[in-house]
Design a protein around this ligand. Structure first.
Ligand code: HSE
Length: 412
């Protein structure tokens, strides 16, 4: 099948412009009918006749069969995508917050209307992880999927730790380069990575989880002491999002900073690059690395989805139908570095074990083992007290028999 596609774009910012540039440079037969944008005053690189400020010029136009949604407001994006699917149009979206927050409803509409909703560009920019999980890993026993899912915070960490740039200057650079979200708290607070992680969990395990149930802690409480600690120990700090299968019934999801040493796959992933590590029983470890933000890298993922619609591609969600018993668990224990201010801050934690306590004027930290549930319970308080936490990455004894079944299979 090579069906003719008539596109309606929503948004012509960094990603929209990037996609448009790509389409000018390749031999790809597609027609851009209209581009819906918000601001009539903004100077545009295309003639005015392409643009409209009214959604319905696209949504109510029966000749447009594909909506390409590339705006940043997740609520508006939801209204657009919902209506487009209801009108029988296929949709390509880059909006991770919107997909993560509304996936169950959108799937129901997709099913009822026979349309297709694709979102490769919503997760890790140019890295083709969504279709890889949906198609290639449709039967593997996946232990975990995780890595660096946010380009802006990785850019900031690179500049602060390796180039000794101020945090605020590094953030400003990430914004100027078009990597950051309109509200950069989404990046540096770990929310953007969490939305992407929820989408990954849906495609890796068939688990549809509400983002607000998932723990996220970002890099916005990072201090020069934490950078010094990492540098002295030969570590880098990465903001890591990870979904881990604990057993046949439980899956754990979390986003938090992690110390990585030079042997770790993520150690050399710098700037706006993202990386996804897929750990599985038979293929074992695979690492996909690529640019996670920016107009052209993200535009390339949107292009791939548009191209897939020419042959009627849609995600099948086979794992959701198969793995109905899987649930989110907060039982996982992690060893974390906690940089705090007052001794009473430590009362927030229910340590299973403490291995290091350090204190000097202005700089106090402990390294100890806590449950994810404990971190979920005190998250707001940690932020209010400007406490920085980071996973040390050390394997610690777990209350649940993680990987038991898969280990038995690989040993066989
Ligand atoms: N703000 C996002 C990031 C853009 O920095 O990764 C790509 O999703």
């Amino acid at each position: 099948m090579n069906r003719p596609l008539k596109l309606g774009f929503f948004g012509f910012g960094c990603v929209g412009q990037g996609l448009y540039d790509i389409l000018q440079k390749i031999d790809f037969q597609v027609s851009i009918e209209r581009i819906c944008v918000k601001d009539p005053q903004k100077p545009r690189s295309l003639p005015q006749k392409f643009f409209t400020f009214n959604y319905d010029d696209i949504l109510e136009d029966p000749t447009i069969n594909v909506v390409v949604e590339m705006i940043s407001d997740a609520d508006e994006a939801y209204e657009i995508v919902k209506k487009a699917l209801e009108q029988g149009k296929d949709v390509v979206t880059a909006n991770k917050k919107m997909v993560a927050e509304h996936l169950p409803e959108l799937l129901a509409i997709q099913e009822a209307t026979g349309t297709s909703l694709l979102y490769e560009a919503a997760v890790c920019g140019s890295i083709p992880i969504i279709r890889t999980l949906a198609e290639y890993y449709d039967n593997e026993l996946l232990y975990s999927v995780g890595g660096i899912f946010n380009g802006s915070s990785n850019y900031i960490l690179t500049k602060v730790l390796q180039e000794n740039l101020d945090y605020a200057d590094a953030l400003k650079q990430a914004q100027d380069l078009g990597f950051a979200e309109a509200d950069p708290t989404l990046d540096v607070g770990g929310f953007d990575a969490k939305y992407k992680l929820c989408i990954v969990a849906a495609q890796a395990y068939g688990l549809l989880v509400r983002p607000e149930a998932v723990f996220n802690y970002g890099i916005d409480t990072l201090s020069s002491y934490d950078a010094r600690f990492a540098q002295e120990k030969g570590f880098k700090i990465k903001l890591v999002a990870e979904v881990i299968k604990l057993d046949e019934h439980q899956v754990s999801l979390a986003v938090l900073p992690r110390f990585v040493n030079a042997d770790h796959y993520l150690y050399h992933v710098e700037n706006e690059y993202n990386a996804v590590i897929v750990a599985a029983a038979f293929s074992q470890k695979q690492v996909l690395v690529g640019k996670g933000a920016g107009g052209h890298p993200t535009g390339s993922a949107v292009l791939s989805d548009i191209s897939a619609l020419r042959y009627g591609y849609k995600y099948e969600y086979k794992k959701s139908k198969r793995n109905r018993a899987l649930q989110l668990s907060q039982a996982l224990h992690k060893e974390v570095y906690i940089r705090y201010h007052e001794e009473q801050d430590l009362a927030l934690f229910d340590f299973a074990e403490i291995s290091v306590r350090y204190s000097e004027a202005g700089f106090k930290y402990v390294i100890g083992v806590v449950s994810l549930q404990n971190l979920v319970d005190v998250r707001e308080e940690l932020l209010a007290r400007r406490i920085f936490i980071a996973d040390t990455g050390r394997e610690v004894p777990q209350p649940t028999a993680i990987r038991q079944e898969a280990d038995a299979l690989t040993a066989a």
